[in-house]
Design a protein around this ligand. Structure first.
Ligand SMILES: *Cc1c(COP(=O)(O)O)cnc(C)c1O
Length: 384
């Protein structure tokens, strides 16, 4: 089998047989002519299947080493589609440190339809096991988690799930298949906000699902076509164009993140740094066992909350913005941005406090990033 760098660079490159076009064309057609009654070219109506989206879906399935891929209009649409597997009365165990929008979908929408969710620390497998109920149908985890970068052991979690007939769903947004392939570690379904690293340029909103077996593929295929939150052909093309450089970008994100994590760790205004690539990180050994890298996300706590606002104001190069995974470095304040929809006590119990900042480290020159951080920190301390 080809290596992942090769698969990425060659996405769609051999698929257009008629012309040999190196990048696959965008098929805007919503409807497809049938050769005769009961006959089809394989394409009927674009919600069900679109040639451009097909190439993307086959690529992500191959990259994650899964059965089938499904492209959705956003990461949230992907999660919502997967949640269609469950019915009123079903219960899910969810990693407590979690993307705020996922928490909002679960608590403010799906609970109304009769699903229930319990949030547990998936680093503590005893807590997970004790929380399993007869009606528990799935585990839903992110690893490393957002924003605190706890590392969850996918192999052990999947084994526990399997022994209870429970599905394991992993949001693999932070790692991407370049660094981590949850299906090869025992998970059943992988989800991506492809808006982040896979797209990589802060210019396309997209979500992806990959299933680990045929039975799940059938069900997710039905849900995708029935709900219809599919990714449009233009965005499918844009996402593939971004994915071609994923390997190069992830290496650079990680290299820069490692340097910035060390820089922040030594900075006198910084209290704690969370980066799974630092050997003292509690999840370091699990991370090196299940992934080929550490990624480009760092969180850190300042010593004083009153430094946060002036720091964000004084950043010049680093954007104070609410996303991650792009080539540009972003700083996020989870308390008021990504995690604002979580109740305060829930947020604080998971460790998201008013001194916590999150960095999505880009691919700029690391010296420029350090200089920007250093200057903004100094000004924040002077000014307050
Ligand atoms: C952004 C994000 C989502 C939601 O994806 P959208 O593409 O914004 O809908 C889900 N999970 C994680 C980990 C994310 O970072």
């Amino acid at each position: 089998m080809e290596r992942i760098e090769t698969k990425l660079a060659q996405i769609g490159s051999t698929r257009e047989e008629k012309t040999g076009a190196i990048n696959f064309p965008v098929y805007y057609a919503t409807a497809y002519r049938h050769p005769g009654p009961g006959e089809s070219t394989g394409y009927d109506y674009t919600r069900t299947a679109n040639p451009t989206r097909d190439v993307l879906e086959e690529s992500i399935a191959s990259l994650e080493e899964g059965d089938r891929g499904f492209a959705c209009s956003s990461g949230m649409a992907a999660i919502q589609t997967v949640m269609g597997l469950f019915s009123s009365g079903d219960h899910l165990l969810v990693s407590r440190d979690l993307y705020g929008g996922t928490y909002r979908l679960f608590e403010e929408w799906l609970t109304r339809l009769g699903l229930t969710f319990t949030y547990v620390d998936f680093c503590d497998l005893r807590e997970v096991e004790q929380s399993i109920r007869p009606e528990t149908k799935a585990f839903f985890v992110e690893t490393p988690t957002n924003p605190l970068l706890h590392v969850i052991d996918i192999v052990r979690v999947s084994k526990l799930a399997e022994s209870h007939g429970i599905l394991t769903i992993v949001d693999n947004t932070f790692m991407t298949p370049y660094y981590q392939k949850p299906l090869t570690l025992g998970a059943d379904i992988v989800i991506h906000s492809a808006t982040k690293y896979l797209g990589g340029h802060n210019d396309v909103l997209a979500g992806l699902i990959v299933t680990g077996n045929e039975a799940l593929s059938e069900k997710i295929g039905f849900l995708q076509n029935t709900a219809g939150a599919v990714l449009g052909p233009q965005d499918s093309w844009l996402l593939m164009r971004g994915m071609k450089t994923l390997a190069l970008r992830m290496e650079k994100h990680q290299q820069n993140a490692m340097e910035l994590a060390k820089f922040l760790q030594e900075h006198p205004m910084v209290d704690e740094v969370f980066y799974p690539g630092l050997p003292y990180h509690p999840g370091y050994h699990i991370q090196t066992g299940q992934a080929n890298g550490f990624g480009g996300m760092i969180s850190f706590r300042l010593k004083k909350a009153e430094w946060v606002a002036p720091l964000l104001r004084h950043l010049k190069l680093i954007a104070f913005a609410e996303s991650l995974g792009g080539v540009e470095t972003f700083m996020t304040y989870p308390e008021t941005q990504t995690h604002a929809d979580m109740p305060r006590d829930f947020r604080e119990r998971s460790g998201v406090c008013n001194r916590l900042l999150r960095l999505s480290v880009g691919i700029e020159h690391v010296k420029d990033l350090k200089a920007d951080l250093s200057e903004a920190l100094t000004k924040a301390e002077v000014e307050r």
